[in-house]
Design a protein around this ligand. Sequence first.
Ligand code: ZN
Length: 127
Amino acid sequence: MPCSLCEAAMVDYAVPGSLQQFAPDETVTVCTNCLTIESDAGDSTAEDLDAISEELPAGDAGVGVVLLVDLLDALATNRSEIEELVDQLEDEGSDPMLALDRLAEDPGLDPAVDIQRRSTQLQQLVL
Ligand SMILES: [Zn+2]
């Protein structure tokens, strides 16, 4: 099923248990172009995150960063969740802020969320 915003291909990911609270569903479908997330009622097919961007961290952290981008769309509303998610990703050894910067600069993406701007706002909130 193509993305409802930009009609690019979408891929399905099973959301890891530790990240479930940040996701709209147990399985999400993510647009490979604009990073829009929709809950997915279908069978989970855990695909390689490289289908979205090679800049994403591998494994669960990559899914976490994708969820983070989605939450950033409403930074004020989701502030506590965002802070919790960033903390959790950092605790697990990844660098979500760096991952956001890299995603923002990925020429293969056209994110629906202005990642660069949101990331700057987030840093002002968190630091
Ligand atoms: Zn899209």
